[in-house]
Design a protein around this ligand. Structure first.
Ligand SMILES: *Cc1c(COP(=O)(O)O)cnc(C)c1O
Length: 469
């Protein structure tokens, strides 16, 4: 006990440590405030460890302390927001930033960031312009809608549309479509915020046209349909076809809105995937308002796209919420470029990374994995058991949850440590690698690893295994 107290009393003083480090801090251009925080943090960690009994005695030399201080400073100097390598095989991975932008979209975004622009300036008249007009006509061209509006994300799109159409009135929705998307986005909660009253109809597995019909009252403003996104109901289920819902709404003078969630502009069957209605098809079916995300299947920046009939979309535009939910110039610039790629279907499939990854044939993925495997076999020798296996990747982003894309992965099984330590260590690489653990092996699915990332992956993995050996 006395030992412990003596050790604690002898811990170095923050100011003295900083004074000793002065030259080093200057050389490495470490800001004073950050250096102080790092020194305090390290000393405090040592104190806590001694108190907890997990550490006996303090670091022996001034050099040992300095190594700890500098390592902590290095970590603190790194940006919190960092690039990672996505080895999960989930293409639209919400935790890893969803969609990657095309090169053209990145260029446009950089242009918008570094220069003044015509964001709200009409170059033809020389007068104030509207930021939305820059993308509206393109969205209408591509979807066949009469009018369009873009807001911050799809949750915002749903909120402002409901607020405009059904505030203080009722919106009818099937019990089978009351979804929670993740990140605690629940349709019923958003409706409550919008001031619309939710009227649930049908049973979880089956909703019929007469369920909607019977629920219509003087107070009803809207029939709402929500894409079930991240779950599927199978078995004894039934859902009213959109056309029938539209016909009912027209007979009764109501509006129909569909929250498509992911919302694709291309038919996924072209990729050998199960059919999902495209935005164009839903618009054509006569739905008044359709909302979908910019950064899910569309493959653009975070945004919520609203398309539909001119009068309703105009009302949504005039809603004061629109000012609070508006998109910035970076979104606008990269969204426009992403959308333009869709004028040519094949170009979109080549250039929009989300589409390219979803559509990439398994043999091409296998080739890329083999490239890394050859390098690793040479460099890692027997430090790690490597193999190439067929695996299943996912679209993600709430699209086609039950559907697997055939893919290829490299598996790593270290000979001298548990696979869980790989998972942790790989998260701490200079460019962190996120993968999956399956059957006591670390899996890197190559559907979501880019060609140009292979050398980086090879270097990081060989350094890791050679230094840890
Ligand atoms: C993803 C999703 C949302 C939320 O979209 P964000 O762009 O993430 O705000 C809303 N509704 C459905 C059906 C979704 O799938």
């Amino acid at each position: 006990m006395n030992d412990k107290n003596a050790t604690l009393r002898n811990l170095p003083k923050v100011d003295e440590c900083l004074a000793d480090l002065r030259t080093l801090l200057e050389q490495r251009q470490i800001p004073a405030r950050l250096a102080k925080k790092a020194v305090q943090t390290v000393i405090d960690q040592v104190r806590q460890a001694i108190l907890a009994g997990t550490q006996h005695g303090q670091p022996r030399s001034a050099e040992a302390w300095q190594r700890l201080f500098l390592a902590t400073m290095e970590t603190m100097m790194q940006p919190h927001f960092r690039r990672v390598l996505n080895g999960t095989g989930v293409v639209i991975h919400t935790n890893l930033g969803r969609s990657l932008l095309s090169e053209a979209a990145v260029d446009q975004l950089t242009e918008a960031a570094a220069h003044y622009s015509n964001l709200e300036f009409d170059l033809q008249t020389g007068k104030r312009g509207s930021r939305y007009s820059l993308v509206e006509d393109i969205i209408c061209d591509l979807t066949g809608a009469e009018a369009a509006l873009v807001v911050n994300n799809n949750a915002a799109a749903v909120l402002i549309a409901l607020d405009t159409i059904a505030r203080d009135r009722e919106a009818i929705v099937s019990r089978g479509e009351l979804v929670e998307i993740g990140g605690s986005f629940r349709i019923p909660d958003v409706m409550a915020k919008s001031g619309a009253t939710l009227v649930e109809v049908g049973a979880t597995n089956r909703t019929h046209l007469y369920d909607y019909e019977r629920a219509i009252t003087e107070q009803t403003a809207l029939l709402l349909r929500v894409h079930t996104s991240n779950f599927r109901m199978i078995g004894f289920t039934s859902r009213v076809p959109t056309e029938e819902l539209v016909a009912l709404a027209q007979r009764t003078g109501l509006a129909v809105m569909e929250d498509l969630g992911s919302g694709s502009l291309v038919n996924l069957q072209e990729f050998g995937l199960p059919a999902e209605p495209t935005v164009q098809e839903v618009v054509r079916s006569g739905v008044d308002v359709v909302t979908f995300s910019g950064d899910k299947l569309l493959g653009g920046p975070q945004a919520g796209i609203i398309v539909g009939k001119r009068d309703i979309v105009s009302r949504i535009k005039r809603n004061p919420l629109n000012r609070a939910l508006r998109i910035d110039k970076f979104t606008l610039a990269s969204l426009e470029t992403t959308l333009r790629a869709y004028y040519d279907r094949d170009r979109a499939r080549r250039e929009v990374p989300t589409l390219r990854m979803i559509g990439e044939p398994a043999p091409v993925i296998k080739k890329r994995a083999q490239k890394l495997l050859r390098i690793l076999r040479r460099r890692l020798a027997d430090r790690c058991v490597l193999s190439l296996i067929q695996t299943v990747s996912r679209v993600g982003g709430g699209a086609l949850p039950e559907y697997g894309l055939t893919s290829w992965a490299i598996t790593l099984k270290p000979v001298d440590r548990p696979v869980s330590s790989l998972e942790r260590d790989f998260r701490n690489l200079a460019v962190p690698l996120i993968g999956r653990i399956e059957q006591e092996q670390f899996l890197i699915d190559f559907r979501t690893i880019q060609d140009k990332e292979v050398p980086l992956l090879a270097d990081q993995l060989s350094t890791y295994f050679s230094s840890a050996a």
